[in-house]
Design a protein around this ligand. Sequence first.
Ligand code: SDX
Length: 391
Amino acid sequence: ETGLTTFDPGFGNTASCRSDITYIDGDAGILRYRGYPIEQLATQSSFVEVCYLLIHGELPTSDQLAAFNDELRRHSAVPSGLRLLVDTCPGSGHPMASLSIAASGLAAFHTDNADPEDPDQVETATAQLIAQLPKVAARLYRNSTGKESISSDLSLGYVENFLHMLFGDEDFDQETKELYARAMNLLLILHADHELNCSTATVRVVGSSGANLFASVSAGINALSGPLHGGANQAVLEMLTEIERDGGDVDRFIAKVKDKSSETRLMGFGHRVYKNFDPRSKEIKKLATQILERHGRDDKLFELALKLEEIALNDPYFVDRKLYPNVDFYTGLIYRALGFPSNMFTVLFAIGRLPGWIAHWREQHAESNPRIARPRQLYTGPAKRDYPGHG
Ligand code: SDX
């Protein structure tokens, strides 16, 4: 229960493998942010409050939360040059590539806030990332659909403003707006941190060289984009669509997965750490049911997902390998029901994971003697041999 992480990315300093941020028990299916169970945070907290908790280590008082929200509003203006850069990214490109350009671009446009050794600049860079990347994400979405971007409305809450910039021209009634805000808060909270996953380890490795927060987060965005990691939520929807196109034959798909030669994976299933249910997937499945019932949609893909889960949870192939639904299995169905195109799903994962990446980068930076990551390899190449004419 010490929160000790055993993964050593070669920091050469065991202190770098310790963290006070997130505790996971993969066998018991436990996930806690700074000691608070994810189930409690997901249903009772807000994403901004969880950002504060992950970054500062304690839940904010009401004054601290108000001040943090003010700080985010104060640093929410995206530099005009960066807006131009984002607008020149073709709508046909994947928005994760544009998001990583934007994150890295913030260092080029906010030159006064990229010094990792200046605590005030780190605070400002933290606020700029959390406040500006959702605006960039909303702009990317609007551009990809050929719609005019919608200016932010700072009188709204953080999540409500994000949804306003995304869907502000839809005629949603108040009940729908509240459902969307509740769903987005919950989804962002559930994605906020997850110990030393691939993208967070990447942020730590890049940050260990002394690279600034913007550059390190940009690297994390790129690591997250892979289909084995954050890109899995999009891959799940593509998988379900393929099964539906194939007449909805779930049994045939499961047989294909079990045939190793097909190199087909049940996307959204399995996890390096969870050998039990991912506690996040339980919360997300509940939300998916609510959202789809609200939309009165007999979503065929949701039905297929339920059938796939039902079969896999009772099939020895999956049970023996301890493969359970992970955070990505149902999220894509929710994002789709909310109206997002599938190439935006991983962007939403990245917005959620921002506070975790930032918290880990800052925790590592605060160490007394942070050392550069330098993993070693086991050499398996040719023994010494001489160049012709030598030796
Ligand atoms: C995330 O690390 C994190 O915390 C990540 C994350 C976070 O919040 O940051 O939780 C987010 O990335 C969730 C995972 C999203 N990815 C997917 O859903 C893609 C599908 N899942 C897998 O590819 C796989 O399960 C991984 C990548 C998630 C984990 O891979 P591992 O731990 O390297 O597992 P493995 O490849 O060693 O597999 C062990 C066995 C193998 O079979 P055998 O060789 O023993 O016969 O299980 C099989 C694998 O073939 N297997 C699967 C499978 N996942 C593993 N078989 C079918 N379908 C799958 N999904």
